[in-house]
Structures are given as C-alpha cells and as structure tokens.
Design a protein around this ligand. Structure first.
Ligand code: OAD
Length: 247
C-alpha cells in the first residue's frame, strides 16, 4: 500500500477509527510542543545545566559519580513541568481511552502530562520525573508536587534515583514488552509527535504494521517512518487530533 500524505483525515481512516476496538498510540516530544516545550531535536537536546550538556547531566555515568547533581537537574525539571498545562492532543488521548475497548497509550515522554489530562493507563517507556526508584531493591515511589521528595527507600533504606531512563541506560524490564504485545494485536496504530529515531520505541509502529495494523503518523514534518505508514497527517498534534471527533 502506498503512503497517503495529507492534512485532512481520509474516509478510509475515519471508517477504521469508527470501527476499531484495538488501538495503540505512540507519543513523543512533539505532543508537548504545544504546551510550550521545545522537542529534543528541535532545541531541547541542547539544554545545558551548570555548564553540562543534557547527555552528561542526565546520564548513567553521572548517576554513578554524582547522584545529588542528577537529582538537582530533575528537581528543577519537575518544577518547570509542574506549571505546564496539557494541550488538545493530551486531552484527545484521554478521551480515546474511554472510547476504545482495548486502548494503549505508549509515551516516550517523562513529564506526566498525559495523566494530568486524564489518561489513566500510560505505558511510560522512558520513565517519569514524577517517580523515584531505589538503586538497590528497585522499589518505586511517587513524587507529589506539593511534598518534599523522599531521600531514602522506605523498603530498604538505600538511595533513590529518578525513575527515568538516562543516557547510557536500557529500558526497565517488561515495559517495552508490554507495549510490543499490544502493538502486535492492534488494528489501528498512531505515531504522534515523534521523530521515530530512538529505538526500541520507534519499532512499535513497525511491529504494528508488520502485524497488519493500519498505521498513521501525525507530525508537521516527515520522519524516517513516514514512508512506511498507510497515512501521514501533516500537521500539529493539537490541531489534527480534535478533527477525529468532528465530521
Ligand atoms: P524528537 O525531538 O526527536 O522529535 C519530536 C518530533 O515531534 C519531531 O518529528 C517534530 O517534527 C515533531 N513535532 C514538533 N512539533 C509538533 C507538534 N506540534 N505536533 C506533532 N509533532 C510535532 O522527540 P522524540 O521522538 O520524542 O529519550 O525523541 C525520542 C527520545 O529521544 C526521547 O524520549 C528521549 C530522546 O533521547 C530519552 O530521554 C531516553
């Protein structure tokens, strides 16, 4: 099948959207763009903290050598994210969760905005800035915006780290496997606001496509994945997604 690139939703996609029960969405930094945050490859990657680039401060190596510095970076990141509001794209996915029998929202974002918009079950491939994890027993603890963050693990007393996948780390066990299983059985798959460059996340729409799903990309720009899609909706997530609930 040839990829259709357009800015309006095709009748074919509308028909599939109306009939589908098993739907998977993969989101990336582009979904956050309309809440006022630059994407990774649109400037966010060049973030510098106390003279250190992102891939140094937010890295496995820094975790080994200076855990307090890593926390300092994530504490200020949380403070920034706390003031952001979900946008129309986040709200659309929260609605979709209620509409489809088997809906899976997989995100590469660590900001918690999907949950803030009302999504209840989010597969967070790269973790969340709103959780801490014990470096020894791996127990996880929620971080509440209005409370002081815990310093030690309540289960074993050892140090806590941000529950985020840092540069130089692999994904926590089980999380990708859960997403891949859903990708294999979905009928309709959306890749929204991701440059489709970082694996294994980028393989999810590929898995869905190989298993026979209709795959749609929503992005203002082309990505390495565009030619593999059945349909590409060229535009901003917050503008395109609300069109699904209109005729
Ligand atoms: P990128 O910054 O690589 O890509 C963002 C994508 O969003 C680009 O393709 C943009 O064209 C698109 N975009 C921009 N504005 C948009 C809008 N309003 N609506 C829809 N799309 C828009 O971000 P990711 O693909 O999420 O990993 O990056 C993947 C991973 O790379 C991140 O999770 C991070 C990074 O290394 C970790 O931190 C582990």
């Amino acid at each position: 099948m040839q990829t259709t690139k357009r800015s309006v939703i095709s009748e074919e996609l509308r028909r599939r959207f109306a009939r589908a029960t098993r739907v998977l969405v993969l989101t990336g930094a582009g979904v956050l763009a309309e809440s006022g945050v630059p994407t990774f490859r649109g400037g966010g990657n060049s973030d510098v903290w106390k003279g250190m680039p992102l891939d140094v401060i937010s890295s496995a190596r820094m975790l080994q050598s200076n855990l307090p510095a890593v926390w300092e970076w994530f504490d200020q990141k949380r403070e920034f994210l706390e003031n952001l509001k979900p946008n129309a794209a986040h709200r659309a996915f929260a609605e979709w969760e209620q509409c489809f029998g088997d809906f899976t929202l997989v995100t590469q974002n660590v900001d918690g905005l999907h949950q803030k918009a009302g999504s209840r079950d989010v597969v967070e491939l790269h973790g969340s800035v709103w959780r801490a994890r014990c470096i020894t027993c791996h127990s996880r603890f929620e971080i509440f915006s209005n409370q002081r963050r815990a310093q030690e693990c309540k289960a074993c007393g050892d140090a806590l780290r941000p529950d985020v996948v840092l540069f130089g780390e692999v994904l926590p066990p089980g999380v990708f496997e859960r997403a891949a299983k859903q990708a294999e059985k979905c009928e309709l798959c959306f890749a929204v606001g991701t440059s489709a460059q970082v694996y294994p996340a980028a393989s999810l729409p590929e898995i869905a496509k190989a298993a026979g799903a209709y795959v749609c990309e929503i992005n203002p720009e082309e990505t390495p994945f565009s030619d593999l899609c059945d349909e590409v909706l060229t535009g901003k997530a917050g503008e395109v997604l609300p069109l699904f609930s209109q005729r």
